[in-house]
Ligand binder design. Sequence first.
Ligand code: IVH
Length: 692
Amino acid sequence: MKKSVLDLTEEEAIAELAFLAKRISELDIAYHRDDAPLVSDAEYDKLKHRNEAIEERFPTLIRQDSPSLRVGAQVAAEFQKITHTVPMLSLSDIFSEEDVYAFVEKIHRFLGIPDSEDIEIVAEPKIDGLSFSAVYENGKLMTGATRGDGSIGEDITANLKTIRQIPLSLHQNEDLFDVPPQKIDIRGEVYMSKPDFFELNQIQAEKNKKIFANPRNAAAGSLRQLDASVTAQRRLSVFAYACGEVNPITWKTHYEFLEQLKKWGFPVNPEIRVCHNTQEMIRFFNELTEKRSSLPYDIDGVVYKVNDLSLQKRLGFIARSPRWAIAHKFPAEQAVTRLNTIRIQVGRTGALTPVADLEPINVGGVIVKHATLHNADEISRKDIREQDMVVVQRAGDVIPQIVRVLTDKRPIDSYAYEFPQVCPVCGSRAVREGEDAVTFCTGGLYCPAQQIEALKHFVSKDALDIDGLGDRNIELLFEKGWVKNTIDLLNLQKNHELELIGLTGWGLKSANNLFDAINKVKSGVSLDRFIYAIGIREVGEATARLLAHNYISWSNFQSAMCSDSALEQLLHIEGIGPIMAQYIVDFFQEEHNCQLLNQLSRQINITDYVAPIKKETPLSGKSIVFTGTLETMTRAEAKAKAQSAGAKVVSAVSAKTDYVVVGVNAGSKQTEAEKLNIKQISEKEFNQMLDV
Ligand code: IVH
């Protein structure tokens, strides 16, 4: 017979809370991961209640890994940000068997391993959910985050803790040597199983609440809840499949790591297989395609990963994706429906984009109502007409497309679509420039559609990131006549505060939140974001950063762009071509834009550009040439390493070359280097220069 909670001493409470945390976690794993409950539900509930009762009496003794923390914490206004110490990368996609062969061949070539020698590849289902990162320190779950942009995610610790399949402490075998790493960032996918998804939608329907289009949306909507107690009520599941920062690492292959994850209590997908050659990889893909519909969760392809971690390390990354892994996606889903009307959308830069409004149709679990038609040429090439029956295709997150028209089902009174010659919004002439397939409205910022789109762009996440102003609200403020341009937006509080508070759907709190967000922007925005936000045609984030990097301050940039030498200056910047340069110059020559920019820069504190600190290496900014055969790596590997150390690799020796890396049997390039007196370094020296 257990002692009553009221009679427990503090020491006894400490011991019992520790026991309960461990026991409940074991039961969770048996129930959720192994589908093999060890006790009845009533027994389980009894343990949870006892844990809660002890915690209520001794609140200071609540453990970090307490099972009661799985119900969620209090509601915050927004998620905190978490920087991933190792970025969460994405994968390149492939779609065919040939692509699989090409992937494997490339790996062999990069590593200099003959095709006759097998390289083990782990094939895993690609789970269609949302990726998470869970950081454990000394075996305890410390923080949880979403992927975000790969570098910075959202802090969803409270939400992750509500998912029973995520261990609050990594399970340790009795074996004393089996200690978890001091730190490990475990990554995987949060998903909702098909049965849980159907059940949730049924409950939502009964409560007259939002119906989710597919399990992925349901998982996303459930996980990213500021109120984690909502997450706690949804049944979410996870599969772990990767790690970020880890110290120390005790496994040598990816497969060993997956085995370790299981031991720690994480669910690992049961369909994973080690393949020894391309044929086995393709066989796995085909078998999984067959199995797909009978699996209790959605998958959208197969991920192939090089098994050996030392090879993974040598292969490294290209931009944001690893060379050692790739996603082989299932073919796009298709369905047939009626195209009701063709509508023309006017974009920020005046581009007229035709959009097909469809009879809503379920394409692989997602209800599709619209498809992009790209431009006039695309419509005439496919001879797409209103009222046609069309094949619609959806692949991953891309906008649905029309594959073809079923002409035998075409109504007899149908007629070819005529692309408008005037802007459907402002009536200005619509023109096509040169070879360009895109038709543009010539109304510029006099066209209301362009004004609205410019505003949407101005407040968007990557521009000024003004929270609380979704597309609908911008349209509303525009229709009211309160916000016609960006400067009106900055003056919204001054000119329309009371009216906004009184507007249906608004109120004191949301209006104040918006004013706070606008004031935050006024107090400081970095030059690169500002340049991106003002919406110069073709100037994306990367170009905005390049311009900011070159001019550092807004006053420098503005006076340069308004000077006679603007075009010439821009053409000297590497990465800016003549067309882009002309767009930038045109933008600053427009009187209307200049006036707006003067007013904006008076109200917004545009802070000088601070270039991100790059790790300096002895090779940073150096131009290098390789000659001869290298012994410890292939040429491709050497080139990739040199580039990530900041060097520029060129093929011919010239006076501008800084180093020539000389391998075995060096040829004419070495002679050339001698002639031009260029510094020659050995492979060993090259490796040392990388190693800092
Ligand atoms: S590995 C560096 N394995 O796919 C590689 N990703 O397109 C990191 N995903 O963001 C990812 N199942 O959300 C990996 N078995 C699996 C996966 C998987 C689903 C998702 C993940 C990732 C995206 C990449």
